[in-house]
Each structure stands twice: as structure tokens, then as C-alpha cells.
Design a protein around this ligand. Structure first.
Ligand code: COA
Ligand code: AMP
Length: 637
């Protein structure tokens, strides 16, 4: 076991330049690179320096050129609108060339930023690919984020153009995007020159001339443009992700390293051949959507599915199986939370048996910790390998996985298996010493340099990049996750070491939520923690101490706080649990004991911190937690 994988992995570490140059050969390059990896600015690294290529050409035009034009590139399956639509590679080429032409006509140039705020419609991919076509840098903002979050991103990315749709559709409710967009632009200091709005029949958008343009009209008036070769090191996109404050981090992705690693991953990790149908049930607003709804499947010549629906309720818990059987999906990728939701509705798998899943080969799960129960249930129902793999926005592809395209390694439920090529994953203790004893928990780090596709830096924030990822352990990239490696080298991801929480596979910052709560006039002090949740993995829970003299009833304040987080961060934060408390537990130096509160809430073993200022506060907090349905077994040790 681990024979071929081990050989490939070790070669990637001992001869990275040869390894990645071979992988890059699978792409079309307009100019070959001068150096595979440029380490002259370490700890900043650049892949394929001197090379020129175009990501859109490689994802779309290249396939048309070799006769794949009539193959479906995108299948839009939208149970929330009751529609389905197929776009071939030839059609996708025409659409992206034309939309790129519309962008150029309205002033978008190489290196300009374009924000894309769209639901799960094929036009979101068209806009992304059109940016890549002309060397513009896209930044997709998830539709479940509120106007304020969009405004923050507008001010950081400074887009010349924003592409949006008139609305998104959630089960039972239409979400008008245009008012959110208008609010965000009004709030932001930076103003885009133009917005192109895709009108959907479920909701009209009011266009403000001359700034706003209609998608269909802009397309009709545009001349198609060709792919422009860009530097391999040019940014392809910026994707904002939660940091420790309300100011999100703009993860930068380059062109050459990204295309190389993603194409490699499709064959070697997911084991997918060109021509097959691949489905990532996520959203274009997340990194999974960028990598595995848009870029990787198209780079590999696969048909990708853009699914506008949920695992349950659209219309039932058989939704995934219908899509798999109807579109002949070979490999699927989603978050464990989707399977927990399906299992809750259909524990015996009655829906599974209603569909022909004979073409379906493998299920991949990522985005949050995959509990063994969920993995084993999915395996039993589907009768195919279920593969947990671990990665993050910063990397763009798996740090650890079971590389089915190389060999299937034994699955250990609870582990995303082994590190992928280029990732020298290590566990370090508090002092930065490498932990060698199997099973010892520590900070998970990756020895520099990171492999292709990983972030070269943060947008306009080299210092923040250094500070957030490279300073704690010099020479290593800090993943922000804690865990251990067992005696077979298998990795186990246990928790975050910062204040990031994972709600239904969505990465959120408790620090960001605290900033929102602290902005309420009645709040003197607050803390937000992530508590365990059976369905969503974690849920945010807020504790607020009120200012003296506040007379408003607690219940009213709580409602206002829930609405404030929804309004400023977005519904996706799922912030619904909040308690008004007299005081917060702190150390004598004034640090809030969030870790202890979390252990109490989750009924995990905990120790009275030696530095606690006043132990009696924990009794009060446990009482509040019990009122919210948590800390059922609280007792002081
Ligand atoms: N636009 C606007 N609102 C959105 C949205 C979007 N694109 N996506 C989610 N929301 C809203 C939802 O409507 C919901 O609002 P509500 O509080 O009014 O009900 C809220 O944000 C939370 O949404 P969600 O996290 O989807 O939870 P849910 O309770 O509606 O559904 C699951 C639970 C498990 C079915 C759902 O989380 C899911 O399908 N998860 C899959 C995970 C996934 O794709 N992760 C991506 C990373 S791989
Ligand atoms: P995101 O950047 O949104 O993809 O979130 C990345 C974070 O999600 C990681 O740093 C982990 O904390 C968590 N995560 C993702 N995949 C896994 C996994 N397979 N197992 C455990 N945690 C995961």
C-alpha cells in the first residue's frame, strides 16, 4: 500500500521543479516559463515565472480546437426555478468571447478588478471566464452575504465593474440582489464605473443609467474578443475569506500555478477522465465553486453541473440522486453537512433506491470536518467510495486527500488521508518543534514553498499575508488548523487555532460577528463562540453584556442583535443564539475565556483556568447556556 502514491509524493518534494513542469505540460502555454519556481523573494514564491498562458483558453477554447465543441460544458439544473439548460463548449466559447467583448467595450482592461455577485446561474461562470479571457481579475462575492460585506470587498478590490443578477432564489423566497448592490455601492467609498445586470424573470431590477447596463443588451452590442496571453504570475482572481476581524482577507490566485495544480488534481485525486460529468454541489461564491464548479472540470474537458437548489426541500431528500442519475454524474463533491441534512430526512435511504446511480463512482467530501458516522452512512447508502479531503480557500485544492486517480488508499473515517504532492505537512508544538510522536496534537503547518495554486499573497496586503500565515513559525505556512498525524502518516484535522468557525461548510469569523454586536448601542461587551450543531457542524452563539442604564427588555435587544448580524453579515451567518449576561468570564489580565465557554457549551471536558478572574461567573454562563439548550452536563471539576 501507498506504493505509487508514496513514489509520486516523494518525487514532488525532492524534485518539485521537474514534477510541476511535467504537470504544466498538460496545458497550452503561449510562452514557456523561464523558471518553474522563483524563490528570489522568499518567503514570497512565484510559479512558472516568465511563462504566458490564458486560463480561459485552456478551460474552453482549447477543447473546441480539438473537437470537443459539441460536448456539454455546463448543465444548469435549477429546481428552484424549474428550469434546465445545457451549454456546449462551442457555445461557452461564444458566450465568454462576447461577454469579454462587452467588458472591454465598457472600459475593463488587463489587471482591472471585476466583482461578480451572482447566484448559481451559468452566467456567473461566463463572467468569471470572460475576465480570465482578457486578463481582468474577478472577485466573486457569495450571494448570501449582505450589502455591508459586499461594500467591504468593493473598497478593498476597487472594481471598475460589477456583474450581478437581479435576484437569487432561496427555497420559498426570492432574494433581490439589486437593492443590496445599490446599498453596497452607496456605502463603499470606491465606486465602479459600470454594473452589468442579468435580468431574471423572478424579479425585475431597476437600472440606473448610465452606470447600469442590461446583460442581454450589452451582449447584443458586443464584439467577441479572443483570449489574451497573460503572465503565469498575473492574478486570475481574488477571493475574500474570513480572517480574525471583520476585514476579510483577499486571497490572490495566479494563472499558471492554479491551472497546473487544478488540472493535475482532476486526473490524480478525483480520477476523472475528459468527457465525464463532474458535479460539485457548492456555490460559485466559495473556493469549492471556483475550483471545482468552474475551473478544474473545464480545464480537464469535463461537463460541470451548476446546481441551483439544496440537498433537501427542492423538492425532497432525493434531489442529489435525481441529478446524478439524470445527468450521468461520475464523481460528486459536496460538504458533509449536505449529507447530514439528507440523512435526517431519509435515514433509511429510501430515495437513494429510486434512482439509477450505476454510472456514479465516487463521492468526495470537504469544507468542514467529516464525522465518521456521516461518512459511513453515505458509503452504505451509495455503495461507492466516500473520500474526505482537506483544504482551504488559501490553497485552492486539496492539501490532503485519497488520490483515487493514482491508487485508492485505505479509508480511515475521520481522516482526510495523506498529503498531496508539494505539501510537506508537519505538526508543530507551541515552541515550533516538530512533533514526531504519532497522535500528538499540534498546529498543522506546511513547509515552504507551498505548491502551485496556493496564495502567493493577500490582495494589496503583503504584510498581512506575512503576519497571518508566515510569522508564527518561520519557514512554514500556518494553516490555522490543529490536528495530528497517526502511525501510518494519516492526518486528522481536529479544530481551528483561531476564531474561525465553520457553519454548514461556510467559513465565518466570530471576531467579525463580535464587531457587529459591539456596534449595537446597548452593548458594552460581547463574545461570540462556535458551538457544536448536529446538522451544520457549528453554530455561532453570542454573549452580550449591556451598558449600564439600558431599559429596553432583553428579548427585544436579542431580536435586534440577530437582525443586525443578518443585515450586516448576511443570512448565511445563521446567527440566532444569543444570551444577555451580567459579565463575561475572563482571565486576570482581561482575556475573555472563549475556549472554556465553548467546552462548557459542547459538554466537553474542561479545566478551571488557573488564571480565571472570578470562577463564579462560569456558573452563571452555564445557566445561560442551559437556557439555550447547551451545557447539559455542566459541573465544576
Ligand atoms: N443567497 C441568499 N441567502 C442565502 C444564500 C444565498 N446564496 N445561501 C444561503 N442563504 C440563506 C438561507 O436562505 C438561510 O436563510 P434563513 O436563515 O432565512 O433560512 C441562511 O442563509 C442559511 O443558509 P444555509 O447555510 O444554506 O442553511 P439552510 O438551513 O438553509 O440549509 C443545508 C441547510 C445543510 C441544507 C445547507 O446548508 C446546505 O445545503 N449546505 C451545503 C453546504 C455547502 O454547499 N457548502 C459550501 C462549501 S463546500
Ligand atoms: P474554506 O477556506 O472556507 O474552504 O475553509 C477551510 C477550513 O475548513 C479549513 O481550514 C478547515 O478548518 C475546514 N476544513 C475544510 N475541509 C476539511 C476537512 N476535510 N476536514 C476538517 N476540516 C476541514
Amino acid at each position: 500500500m501507498q506504493g505509487l502514491y508514496r513514489q509520486i509524493y516523494e518525487r514532488s518534494l525532492s524534485q518539485p521543479e521537474i514534477f510541476w513542469a511535467e504537470a504544466a505540460e498538460a496545458l497550452h502555454w503561449d510562452r514557456k516559463w523561464d523558471r518553474v519556481i522563483d524563490d528570489s523573494r522568499a518567503p514570497f514564491y512565484a510559479w512558472f515565472e516568465g511563462g504566458k498562458l490564458n486560463t480561459c483558453y485552456n478551460a474552453v477554447d482549447r477543447h473546441v480546437a480539438v473537437g470537443r465543441g459539441s460536448q456539454p460544458a455546463i448543465i444548469h439544473d435549477s429546481p428552484v426555478t424549474g428550469t434546465k439548460r445545457t451549454i456546449t463548449f462551442a457555445e461557452l466559447k461564444d458566450l465568454t468571447a462576447r461577454f469579454a467583448g462587452a467588458m472591454v467595450q465598457h472600459g475593463v482592461r488587463h489587471g482591472d478588478r471585476v466583482i461578480i455577485y451572482m447566484p448559481m446561474v451559468p452566467e456567473a461562470l461566463v463572467a468569471m471566464l470572460a475576465c480570465a479571457r482578457i486578463g481582468a481579475v474577478h472577485s466573486v462575492v457569495f450571494g448570501g452575504f449582505a450589502a455591508h460585506e459586499l461594500a467591504t470587498r468593493i473598497d478593498d478590490a476597487k472594481p471598475v465593474m460589477i456583474v450581478a443578477a437581479s435576484c437569487g432564489i432561496e427555497p420559498g423566497r426570492v432574494v433581490p440582489y439589486k437593492p443590496l448592490l445599490d446599498r453596497a455601492i452607496a456605502e463603499a467609498t470606491h465606486k465602479p464605473n459600470h454594473c452589468i445586470i442579468l435580468a431574471r424573470e423572478q424579479c425585475e431590477a431597476e437600472l440606473q443609467a448610465p452606470r447600469d447596463l442590461d446583460w442581454t443588451a450589452a451582449m447584443a452590442a458586443a464584439h467577441p474578443v479572443d483570449c489574451v496571453p497573460v503572465d503565469a504570475t498575473d492574478p486570475l482572481y481574488i477571493l475574500y475569506t474570513s480572517g480574525t476581524t471583520g476585514q476579510p482577507k483577499g486571497v490572490v490566485r495566479d494563472n499558471g500555478g492554479h491551472a497546473t495544480a487544478l488540472l493535475w488534481s482532476m486526473r490524480h485525486i478525483y480520477g476523472v477522465e475528459p468527457g465525464e460529468v463532474y458535479w460539485a454541489a457548492s456555490d460559485v461564491g466559495w473556493v469549492v465553486g471556483h475550483s471545482y464548479i468552474c475551473y478544474a472540470p473545464l480545464l480537464n474537458g469535463n461537463t460541470t453541473i451548476v446546481y441551483e437548489g439544496k440537498p433537501i426541500g427542492t423538492p425532497d431528500a432525493g434531489a442529489f440522486w435525481r441529478v446524478i442519475s439524470e445527468h450521468k454524474v461520475s464523481v460528486m463533491f459536496t460538504a458533509p453537512t449536505a449529507f447530514r441534512a439528507i440523512r435526517k430526512e431519509d435515514p433509511e435511504g429510501d430515495f437513494v433506491r429510486q434512482y439509477d446511480l450505476s454510472r456514479f463512482r465516487t463521492l468526495f467530501l470537504a469544507g468542514e470536518r467529516c464525522d465518521p458516522d456521516t461518512l459511513l452512512w453515505a458509503e452504505a447508502q451509495l455503495g461507492v467510495p466516500v473520500i474526505d479531503h482537506w483544504w482551504q480557500t488559501e490553497t485552492g485544492w486539496a492539501i490532503a486527500a485519497n488520490p483515487l486517480g493514482i491508487e485508492k488508499l485505505p479509508v480511515k473515517p475521520g481522516s482526510p488521508t495523506l498529503p498531496m504532492p508539494g505539501y510537506d505537512v508537519q505538526i508543530l508544538d507551541e515552541e515550533g518543534e516538530r512533533v514526531t510522536k504519532p497522535g500528538t496534537i499540534g498546529a498543522i503547518v506546511v513547509k515552504l514553498p507551498l505548491p502551485p495554486s496556493c496564495l502567493p499573497t493577500l490582495w494589496n496586503a503583503d504584510d498581512r499575508f506575512r503576519q497571518a500565515y508566515l510569522t508564527r513559525y518561520p519557514g512554514y505556512y500556518l494553516t490555522g488548523d490543529a490536528g495530528y498525524i497517526d502511525e501510518d502518516g494519516y492526518l486528522f484535522i481536529m479544530s481551528r487555532i483561531d476564531d474561525i468557525i465553520n457553519v454548514a461548510g461556510h467559513r465565518l469569523s466570530t471576531g467579525g460577528m463580535e464587531e457587529v454586536l459591539a456596534g449595537h448601542p446597548a452593548v458594552a461587551e460581547c463574545a461570540v463562540i462556535g458551538v457544536a450543531d448536529e446538522l451544520k457542524g457549528e453554530l455561532p452563539m453570542g454573549f452580550v453584556v449591556l451598558q449600564g442604564g439600558v431599559t429596553k427588555p432583553d428579548e427585544e435587544i436579542k431580536k435586534e442583535l440577530v437582525a443586525k448580524v443578518r443585515d450586516e453579515i448576511g443570512p448565511v451567518a445563521a446567527f440566532k443564539l444569543v444570551a444577555v449576561v451580567k459579565r463575561l468570564p475572563k482571565t486576570r489580565s482581561g482575556k475573555i475565556l472563549r475556549g472554556t465557554m465553548k467546552s462548557l457549551a459542547d459538554d466537553k471536558p474542561w479545566k478551571m483556568p488557573a488564571t480565571i478572574d472570578d470562577p463564579a461567573i462560569l456558573d452563571e454562563i452555564a445557566g445561560d447556556l442551559r437556557t439555550l439548550g447547551y451545557a447539559k452536563s455542566f459541573k465544576k471539576d
